[in-house]
Write a protein of this length. Structure first.
Length: 64
């Protein structure tokens, strides 16, 4: 998982050092993590079986 997270951070433009990864409750179907780099903090949610737009649709539903 660390490599996946590092790749996502790099794609987002955060090339700072990855300090900590904490597993957090993210529901029943996805993995969720609190990510701390030397520059910022993130919430990372992952589901390798989900369609590409899965989390975008989830975010849209939460905004309603």
């Amino acid at each position: 998982m660390r490599e996946k997270i590092e790749n996502v951070l790099k794609d987002m433009g955060d090339t700072s050092s990855l300090k900590n990864i904490y597993s957090v409750s993210g529901g029943d179907i996805s993995e969720a993590y609190r990510i701390i780099t030397s520059d910022d903090q993130y919430f990372f949610k992952y589901n390798g079986k989900a369609p590409n737009d899965f989390f975008q649709k989830e975010a849209e539903g939460l905004r309603m």
